[in-house]
Design a protein around this ligand. Structure first.
Ligand SMILES: O=C(O)COP(=O)(O)O
Ligand SMILES: [Mg+2]
Length: 233
């Protein structure tokens, strides 16, 4: 029997990276003489990568940003973020316990993130989480990325799993649509980085804390999807 698999998104799902992402954003803005941004003003853009955050900060100030300036600031952002990993980033409360109880029950684990793979690896290694994950696939691991179903399906394959024995856990529209495109059930956390409440994207289930990610819930989701063959959109 294929080992059941939990596939986690990273930013906003497994690890709360927002404070460090905003710190690196503000470092890059300072290099251009732009005043710092508040975390709340960046909103869900914090989960969309450095360029999206920089564009958001400039738009809030009605400042123009040329493509060249954007690339320059994005490089400054990335260097600062990389140099400071893990910063103050921490796994969300209860996530390690949820992983542990699934591990004892025979589950494997993978990460499917739109963070660059090297940054994702560095983050989970410095947080001591790397040994749990048999595959860590980022935005640049394949020629496609979430919401393309193949990002999730290839992550599952690398981890030795199967789409009909896998569950995605994510915090955003992108994660939910990726899982839906792949025919994989999806647990949405409601405490991550999202533009609208995750329930609006029709995930299999919404949780507000990791103690709700029980074995009973995972087994129920797997039982419901067993026998269905994933059809990439
Ligand atoms: O960094 C990003 O673009 C988003 O990362 P995530 O897919 O882990 O949420
Ligand atoms: Mg996320």
């Amino acid at each position: 029997m294929t080992q059941p698999l939990l596939v986690f998104d990273l930013d906003g799902t497994l690890v709360d990276t927002a404070p460090d992402l905003v710190a690196s954003l503000n470092h890059s803005l300072a290099s251009a003489g732009v005043e710092p941004a508040e975390r709340d003003s960046i909103g869900f853009h914090v989960g969309m990568g450095g360029r999206a955050m920089i564009e958001r900060a400039y738009a809030l100030r009605a400042r123009t940003l040329s493509p060249i300036e954007l690339e320059k600031l994005a490089a400054i952002f990335l260097a600062h973020y990389t140099d400071n990993i893990p910063g103050t980033s921490k796994p969300y409360p209860g996530v390690v316990e949820a992983i542990e109880r699934h591990k004892v029950a025979g589950f494997g684990f993978a990460i499917c993130t739109n963070k660059p793979e090297a940054l994702a690896l560095r983050l989970i290694e410095t947080l001591g989480l790397a040994p749990y994950f048999s595959a860590v696939c980022g935005a640049d691991t394949f020629p496609f990325r979430k919401p393309d179903a193949r990002h999730l399906l290839e992550t599952i394959a690398r981890a030795g799993g199967s789409p009909d024995a896998a569950i995605m856990v994510g915090d955003s529209k992108t994660d939910i649509h990726t899982a839906q495109n792949a025919g994989v059930p999806v647990v949405a956390v409601d405490f991550g980085y999202t533009d609208r409440h995750v329930s609006e994207y029709d995930p299999s289930v919404v949780i507000s804390a990791y103690d709700e990610l029980t074995l009973a819930l995972s087994n129920k989701l797997l039982a419901a999807s067993r026998g269905r063959v994933a059809q990439p959109a």
